[in-house]
Ligand binder design. Structure first.
Ligand code: SF4
Length: 345
């Protein structure tokens, strides 16, 4: 089924949507709006904003008015904040019902969401799963318990005739994230949000996120993704975009740069040249594939599907268009020659 989050549709055949979260204080409306806009430019289709306090809820109401992207209010323990955020114009709220103690408070949130047309992301986190004696649960049993918990929550929402749900089950462990999300996908028809919790610094977060999210997305599981990393959220968005691009799930509007891994055949500083090309391409907004290759032995063949390929030799580079040699340029003219050919594409 599909769920509407403001102007964005999730589920069924809809494109996978990247989301990230602002990391400046919500009460600082100017900075928050600026970061939301940066995330949109980086590729986010949805942006989440924390609403931990009453002043944050008031600021959230202002932020909603100043941005074009649907906002998700991140709520933890307060049903009052959830209702305030919904009334302020949240397109979706992120809620872990286990954090809201009273059933009647959850029902109040559901009723507000129904009235204002907001969706609700229902989350279960591995870290919050406890057995009946409130002891930590062994790893092997956690997915089953998370599924049980999710079934309980979904029943509660459905009992109130609310179906604008997005489901999410998170762990900091890639394999368990894959396992629990496979189980959720087998059990429910609601759109799903994918992510790992506490993924780490960007260099540590990228690979576990790519493995977990990439595996699930390749199986057709997942409708929105967030890569969590201790970094500027634009970095999270770039990693998420790379995961989608690798799976052919992201429609490019900008150049793709391919660089050969280099080997003993390289006669120039190819990484330096690739960095110069990458910088030159930042201003280009065409979905073209550009290759920078280290030799004319294997380079032309390996880059045959690139729109333009530079194959470097000692004092000059050979320029290829779709596998056909078009010119040879001295090393100090490579970037202008590439940009000139780009104009013609
Ligand atoms: S393209 Fe040439 S330089 Fe680059 S890795 Fe292949 S053989 Fe080596």
């Amino acid at each position: 089924m599909t769920v509407r989050v403001g102007s964005v549709k999730l589920g069924f055949c809809c494109p996978i949507v990247i989301q990230s979260m602002t990391k400046v204080p919500t009460v600082d409306v100017t900075r928050c709006v600026r970061q939301v806009n940066q995330l949109v430019r980086a590729g986010c289709g949805l942006v989440r904003v924390s609403v931990p306090t009453r002043p944050a809820a008031a600021a959230f109401a202002e932020i909603v008015q100043k941005v074009d992207v649907p906002l998700i209010a991140d709520i933890h323990f307060s049903s009052a904040r959830a209702v305030e955020a919904i009334e302020a114009g949240a397109a979706k709220i992120r809620l872990n019902p286990g954090n809201i103690k009273k059933r009647r408070d959850i029902l109040r949130i559901i009723d507000a969401a129904k009235m204002h047309g907001a969706a609700i992301r229902v989350g279960v986190n591995e870290a919050s799963i406890r057995d009946l004696k409130s002891k930590p649960v062994p790893a092997g049993k956690r997915a089953a318990l998370m599924l049980k918990e999710m079934k309980k929550y979904v029943r509660l929402f459905e009992s109130r005739s609310f179906d604008q749900l997005v489901l999410s089950a998170k762990s900091s462990d890639a394999t368990r994230t894959i396992e629990i999300n496979r189980r959720l996908a087998e059990t429910f028809d609601y759109p799903m949000h994918l992510g790992l919790t506490h993924a780490g610094l960007p260099e540590d977060a990228a690979i576990p996120s790519a493995v977990a999210l990439g595996t699930l997305l390749a199986e057709g599981i997942g409708d929105t993704i967030r890569v969590s990393a201790a970094a500027n959220p634009v970095v999270e968005t770039k990693i998420a975009k790379q995961i989608l691009i690798a799976l052919g799930l992201y429609e490019r509007s900008r150049p793709e740069l391919i660089v050969c891994p280099t080997c003993a055949r390289v006669e120039i500083d190819l990484v330096k040249l690739a960095r110069q090309v990458e910088k030159a391409l930042r201003k280009i907004d065409k979905p073209v594939r550009i290759a920078v290759m280290g030799c004319v032995v294997n380079g032309p063949g390996e880059a045959a599907d690139a729109d333009l390929a530079l194959c470097a030799a000692k004092s000059r580079a050979f320029l290829y268009r779709k596998g056909r040699k078009i010119s040879a340029v001295p090393n100090n003219r490579i970037i202008p020659a590439l940009l000139k050919e780009l104009q013609k594409l």
